[in-house]
Design a protein around this ligand. Structure first.
Ligand code: PCA
Length: 328
């Protein structure tokens, strides 16, 4: 704990030192936005619509350019890049940072929110805690985007966990890695941009992800099945470096907040129809989209219970309060 704190202090000191030497890499007029997923993915599309809205409604006073597919910063590094000010703004999967603050991992606790309304409710009751935790890491929360429910992509029929034993599994964060381990699979963590390579080389044979990712990485070229899980709805957060945020004038801040509200509403509403379309595309291309078999679902619920317990222990009083306030 002490070491982590010291490491944090040290890296923050380095960042300040670097900024003093080189100055910030962004200006008040022009921001580059780091994004991990493809431009046409509905999540990244929402960032692009948001960026256009800000550019337009600030009369060009603040231009935001989105860099998709990890082209500016790799997905796993966006958090640190925004925190340190290497980029002014970024969109990232927040559950991947549960190690840094348990509140970041709330939306990856399996079976807590099992439909989009519950996921929205969970977000509402945890929003202040989320924004506060981000502020402590030098970031301002603008909005969130919800991913479709997570399901299992796999190259064979799976009726129970026994079928997952020893299966190579691509994980996108520590949570999915932990699920894989508890399921007896063999996880490797990769960026989404490395999915095709992982599956073509045989390093991965399965993964838990969504229909969106299934379509953009043409998973029909690698697997036969997509088992729908509806166990959790991860969120991406759009965050601004706090110094970049504080450097804006009041009117520009208002424009950002307004456009963030519009983008958030649109992307949350877009999720269900987008998911339906992505599943149709997968089916059309030959993936068998199936409900999870009841035995597997039961076994998976057990894994969910373990993860929930672990999360509650780590999240302490803040976590307890959120769970108490959550009434789906
Ligand atoms: N796709 C992302 C994370 C959540 C999702 O549905 C991925 O697989 O990297």
């Amino acid at each position: 704990m002490r070491h982590r704190h010291m490491a944090g202090t040290f890296s923050r000191a380095m960042v300040i030192l670097l900024a003093l030497v080189t100055g910030p890499v962004w200006s008040a007029e022009s921001w580059d936005m780091a994004a991990a997923y493809p431009a046409k993915d509905y999540i990244t599309s929402s960032y692009i619509a948001f960026a256009k809205g800000v550019t337009k409604h600030s009369g060009g006073g603040l231009k935001i350019k989105v860099h998709p597919s990890g082209s500016l910063v790799k997905g796993a590094e966006i958090f640190n890049a925004v925190e340190s000010g290497r980029v002014a703004i970024g969109g990232l999967i927040i559950g991947a940072h549960a190690m840094e603050d348990p509140v970041f991992g709330l939306d990856t606790v399996p079976f807590l929110a099992t439909d989009v309304d519950a996921a929205w409710e969970l977000y509402q009751v945890s929003k202040n805690a989320l924004a506060y935790a981000l502020k402590k890491r030098n970031m301002h929360l603008l909005f969130t985007a919800v991913w479709p429910p997570q399901g299992l992509f796999v190259n064979k029929e799976v009726a129970s966990l026994a079928d997952m034993k020893g299966v190579k599994f691509r994980a996108y964060d520590n949570n999915t890695e932990r699920v894989a381990r508890l399921a007896g699979a063999i996880p490797i963590q990769t960026e989404a941009t490395e999915i095709k390579q992982a599956f073509s080389s045989g390093a991965a044979e399965s993964m838990i992800s969504s229909s969106a990712t299934g379509v953009f990485y043409k998973m029909w070229e690698h697997v036969e099945y997509f088992y729908e899980g509806n166990a959790w709805y991860p969120k991406s957060v759009v965050v601004v470096n706090l110094d970049a945020w504080n450097g804006l004038d009041g009117i520009t801040k208002e424009v950002l907040v307004e456009q963030a509200t519009i983008a958030e509403k649109a992307v949350w509403e877009a999720m269900v129809p987008a998911d339906d379309n992505y599943k149709k595309t997968m089916t059309y291309n030959g993936i068998k989209v199936r409900p999870t078999r009841s035995k597997l679902r039961k076994e998976f619920k057990k894994i969910g219970e373990t993860l929930s317990r672990e999360w509650a222990e780590a999240a302490g009083d803040t976590g307890k309060q959120i769970i108490e306030d959550f009434d789906p």
